[in-house]
Write a protein that binds this ligand. Structure first.
Ligand code: C2O
Ligand code: CU
Length: 407
């Protein structure tokens, strides 16, 4: 892990065969791609889950260049290491850079026995410390509580599948202009990312170009991607992804010259400086959503609590038969109203919305902070059945997921 990166060019067709060698059913979802609905990989909605030993062919055209990723849409399989980056290249790439590096971040619960579904079941049963599954339970609990579960073994944080005590070395010559494609594939962790000794020029959010902004650090919720450009100085520099609210971090070593590798606990000062938020971002003119009065406003009330561990959208746990009504051709305004004390990275399939309204960055995943309301607009121009859900895999699996459909 991560799985082998898949690359294609915008406008090209991907033809991929998923062979299920797992002991349980699975699918593949191509996160962020405005693809044909029947390739979206949602079991019971766009396809039947692929049985153990069976195969499924996915064929779709990727219309927009950008940084995407893929993962199963069954249970919490994504959180057990099944994910990879999907890069859709721009045949007319306007950015000038020498190299590009994909950086995939993850939170990893090591030593878990039992399936993730068992973990969830345990959680619902309550946090009984005397239970024999305590170790597993406490691990998952610390994930879910953001690391506040006391002296339990901590989740590991991974950068391209490696822990901070055996980090990946990314090598280049000094002066190299690198494009970093950063993906948060974690199940339950937001990462604050910085490269020691450098500022980052943000060029893309969730694959779509933004007016470039310079920042010291970036925050990525689960499912989010950012592309940044950076011109490398001479030396050895830590690329740190701090697990927000949890204390640990994922690490990569950027090496352009001589010097000792930074330690696993290194925390560059850039992490504490300016952290970019989506409100500072605007779509470039080429991908800006035209101003238009919304035809429909869909309010999505996010509710639930840690004590019951039931998460809902509009008072409803996930029901694959329910549809948020939308008509094809409409401009839809989504309002995410967070009534919980947790934050939720809300993701829409098959589209990119303008976050904050027309003019805002085009994204498919948006962080909605506790007690905050976030609006996002999109054009219903890709018919089918499309999921809207929290990208905390445990929240999604516990009900915070719904379907929007139109012809
Ligand atoms: Cu990456 Cu429905 O999700
Ligand atoms: Cu959530």
């Amino acid at each position: 892990m991560p799985g082998r990166e898949i690359r294609l060019r915008a406008g090209e067709q991907l033809d991929a065969v998923l062979r299920n060698d797992l002991p349980e059913p699975t699918t593949l979802h191509w996160h962020g791609v405005a693809l044909r609905n029947d390739a979206d990989g949602v079991p019971g909605v766009t396809q039947a889950a692929v049985a153990p030993g069976a195969s499924h062919r996915y064929r779709f055209t990727a219309p927009h260049p950008g940084t995407y990723w893929f993962h199963p849409h069954v249970g919490t399989q994504q959180d057990r290491g099944l994910y990879g980056a999907l890069v859709v290249e721009d045949p007319h790439e306007p950015l000038a850079y020498d190299e590009e590096w994909t950086v995939v971040l993850d939170d990893w619960l090591d030593g878990v026995t039992g399936t993730p579904d068992e973990v969830l079941r345990e959680l619902r049963r309550g946090m009984d410390m005397s239970h024999p599954g305590r170790y597993m339970l406490m691990g998952a609990t610390s994930l879910l509580l953001g690391g506040d579960a006391g002296d339990v073994r901590y989740p590991l944080f991974l950068l391209n599948g490696r822990t901070a005590d055996a980090p990946d070395a990314l090598r280049a010559k000094p002066g190299t202009r690198v494009r970093l494609r950063i993906v948060n594939a974690g199940g339950d962790t937001a990462f604050r990312v910085a490269l020691g000794g450098h500022r980052l020029r943000v060029t893309h959010a969730d694959g779509f170009p933004v007016e470039p902004v310079d920042t010291d650090a970036l925050l990525l919720g689960m499912g989010e991607r950012y592309d940044v450009l950076v011109t490398l100085a001479d030396g050895v520099f830590p690329l740190v992804a701090l697990a927000e609210g949890k204390g640990g971090a994922a690490l990569g070593i950027v090496r352009t010259g001589a010097g000792r590798a930074p330690s696993a606990s290194t925390r560059p000062a850039e992490l504490e400086r300016k952290v970019l938020g989506y409100r500072q971002l605007a779509a470039t003119p080429a991908v800006r959503l035209a101003r238009r009065r919304p035809d429909r406003t869909v309010t999505l009330r996010l509710a639930g609590s840690m004590s019951t561990y039931e998460w809902t959208i509009d008072g409803r746990r996930y029901d694959p038969a329910y549809r948020i009504p939308v008509e094809g051709g409409e401009r839809v305004r989504l309002r995410f109203v967070n009534e919980t004390s947790m934050w939720h990275p809300m993701h829409l399939h098959g589209h990119s919305f303008a976050l904050g309204g027309a003019g805002g960055p085009r994204k498919d995943t948006a962080i909605v902070l506790p007690n905050e309301t976030v609006v996002a607009e999109f054009d219903a121009d890709n018919p089918g059945l499309w999921m809207i859900h929290c990208h905390n895999v445990y929240h999604a699996e516990s009900g915070m997921m719904t379907v929007l459909g139109y012809r």
